[in-house]
Design a protein around this ligand. Structure first.
Ligand code: R5P
Length: 315
């Protein structure tokens, strides 16, 4: 695998290190820094001519800087004659505006897909895209890995099938939550939620399913402000559940999410390491699971032109 190289931007150094260590490699030497005026400076310091290069960069906070770093790294690699450039985007940001929900708004997910392709990416590797259809915004291969087997595994060790209920915090997430509930052999409850277009506030309209006397496991793809989790947890408690925890792939923790989750009815949350968030790492009620090995295994399979879907049997 000499011509397999991994370059990292500044979004998630611990995950990038974990990926290369699982591959038995070192990160390709590169400088990704700033000019005095804030512009991004990229210099790949080793040859990548003819190499298959995987660029690890989440589009997480600071979102625009991290996106721009990704684009400039790809451009540098393309101009340095890399054979294949794969953008490994553990957290794919700008995914929530994937259609026009009202007049005069952008479809940001499509624009970002266009820019990444234009920069020179030959393929995309990510996990739990907010909306699966974003794969179609690209005309290059997109491998969208699934976080649910990892989330389910983290629950299995803590809660038995007869005491738990898996809860989807919105109708859109029901498919993901159902996969977890099937894997754990637990019933599924679904929340109907409404988001205010102006202030983004969350309102729970309805809860389908019985949660009385149960331990509830909210399964979601993203925790941003924590508004969804805290509102849903309150309704679950009102309906008589004993304990609420949440398992989510991407822990953004925007604004005062950590404080409001800690003050809410939620007992604990589990997130993967697609986003590097120091404050969340220090919070006692947040458990962390790593998906570095999954990315490393997938990168190896892509490099060797082997199937990726076989990593997710019975899906
Ligand atoms: C919504 O469709 C997503 O699946 C998440 O529920 C949402 O992005 C979470 O955002 P927040 O934490 O700000 O409520």
């Amino acid at each position: 695998m000499e011509d397999l190289k991994v370059v990292a931007g500044n979004s998630n150094p611990p995950l990038a290190e974990e990926i290369v260590s699982n591959l038995g490699k070192e990160l390709t030497e590169a400088t990704v820094d700033r000019f005095p005026d804030g512009e991004i400076y990229v210099h790949i310091k080793e040859t990548v001519r003819g190499a298959s290069v995987f660029v690890v960069q989440s589009i997480s906070r600071p979102v625009n800087d991290n996106l721009m770093e990704l684009l400039l790294i790809i451009d540098a690699l393309k101009r340095a004659s890399a054979k294949q450039i794969a953008a490994v985007i553990p957290y794919y940001g700008y995914a929530r505006q994937d259609r026009k929900q009202t007049g005069r708004v952008p479809i940001s997910a499509k624009l970002v897909a266009n820019i990444i392709s234009t920069a020179g990416a030959d393929r995309i590797l990510t996990v739990d895209l907010h909306a699966g259809q974003i794969q179609g915004f690209f005309d290059i291969p997109v491998d969208n890995l699934r976080g649910d087997p990892f989330l389910a595994k983290s629950i299995k060790s803590r809660i038995s099938a007869d005491e738990g209920v898996v809860v989807s915090p919105d109708v859109g997430g029901a498919k993901r939550a159902r996969k977890v509930s099937q894997k754990l052999n637990m019933p599924l409850a679904i929340v109907e939620k409404k988001r205010d277009n102006e202030d983004g506030g969350v309102q729970v309209l309805n809860l389908i399913g019985d949660v009385k006397g149960k331990r509830c496991l909210i399964v979601d793809d993203i925790i941003s402000t924590g508004g969804t989790l805290t509102e849903v947890a309150e309704v679950l408690k009102d309906r008589g559940c004993l304990h609420v925890e949440a398992v989510c792939t991407h822990g953004i923790f925007a604004e005062d999410a950590l404080e409001s989750i800690e003050a809410s009815a939620i007992n604990s949350i589990t997130v993967t390491n697609t986003i590097d968030n120091r404050e969340a790492k220090e919070a006692k009620f947040v458990n962390h699971i790593s998906i570095g090995e999954l990315f490393a295994t997938t990168i190896k399979r892509i490099y060797k032109e082997k199937s990726v879907s076989t990593l997710f049997p019975h899906s």
